[in-house]
Ligand binder design. Structure first.
Ligand code: NAP
Length: 255
């Protein structure tokens, strides 16, 4: 089978958080197809993570599934230790994809909802950046944060989620400065609506919403995870070596 990006990440190791389904699963497969050995992190969906590993292996790649809650510091430490054991302590790419979206109108936001969302979506990314940076080789690394169009485009009922993604954009810019001396690039990807198991379960993928997005998107359709994964591959690879601190919006033309 012809694989157009087959050598781009040859000998590289990539860790993708929340890769048992949705965008994370597509990203893990794309990086695996590009030659990276992939750590497929998941929270509870072992079957989904194992299927992603099998899919990468079936194309001649290497992958391992490791369970960990990214919002738990001890869990993240264990995740990276087990990743070290799997692939000899090497790490070149971190994709902070794990995230939750619980939409709640302002008056129903609770401190518990706030804490839970920020713990997974923001603290999780920070903890993984810390662990990854202590492992990236001396010639650098790439961190790709999965943010959202919601960070910059108002979406009624998503005050906490949007705030977590605004924080992701901010930490992307900040860490791009802080880590540049080590040639560690930090960029974000801000998709609009993507049809995933998560957005379906959350009830976002209704006929009406799909029609609205199709009308809004210049390219006239709603995204799939496979539309997003190649953008992550670009940011993970040396093709984007002169980009850091960027937020890229793969939205099909929705502004
Ligand atoms: P999804 O289908 O719900 O999948 C979420 C993934 O994250 C699953 O693999 C899940 O693992 C994992 N996860 C959840 N909590 C975790 C935790 N505490 N620790 C480790 N892993 C955890 O989500 P998605 O729609 O693909 O979205 C992925 C990312 O893209 C999120 O950051 C989301 O905010 C962002 N995004 C999505 C859209 C969209 O429309 N889909 C748009 C913009 C941005 P388990 O299955 O094992 O629980």
């Amino acid at each position: 089978m012809t694989q157009p990006h087959s050598a781009v990440l040859h000998r590289k190791v990539a860790l993708v958080t929340g890769a048992s389904r949705g965008i994370g699963a597509a990203v893990a497969k794309q990086l695996g197809e590009a030659g990276a050995a992939v750590i497929v992190n998941y929270a509870s969906n072992r079957g989904g993570a194992d299927a992603v590993v099998r899919s990468i292996e079936a194309r001649g790649g290497r992958a391992v599934a490791i369970q960990a809650d990214v919002g738990d510091a001890a869990g993240v430490e264990r995740l990276f230790r087990e990743a070290d054991d799997a692939f000899g302590g090497r790490l070149d790419v971190l994709v902070n994809n794990a995230g939750i979206y619980v939409t709640t109108p302002l008056q129903e936001v609770t401190p518990a909802h706030f804490d839970h969302s920020f713990r997974i979506n923001v603290l999780g990314a920070i903890l993984c950046c810390q662990a990854a940076c202590s492992r990236f080789p001396s010639d650098g690394g790439s961190i790709v944060n999965i943010s959202s169009l919601a960070a910059t485009k108002g979406a009624a009922g998503s005050v906490v989620y949007s705030a977590t993604k605004g924080a992701i954009d901010a930490l992307t810019r900040t860490l791009s400065e802080e880590l540049a001396p080590r040639n560690i690039r930090v960029n974000a990807i801000n998709p609009g609506l993507v049809i995933t198991e998560g957005t379906r379960a959350a009830g976002f993928v209704t006929e009406q919403l799909e029609q609205e997005w199709k009308a809004k998107a210049a390219l006239g359709r709603v995204a799939t995870p496979e539309d997003i994964a190649p953008v992550v591959l670009f940011l993970a690879s040396s093709a984007s070596r002169w980009l850091t601190g960027e937020t890229i919006h793969p939205t099909g033309g929705v502004r």
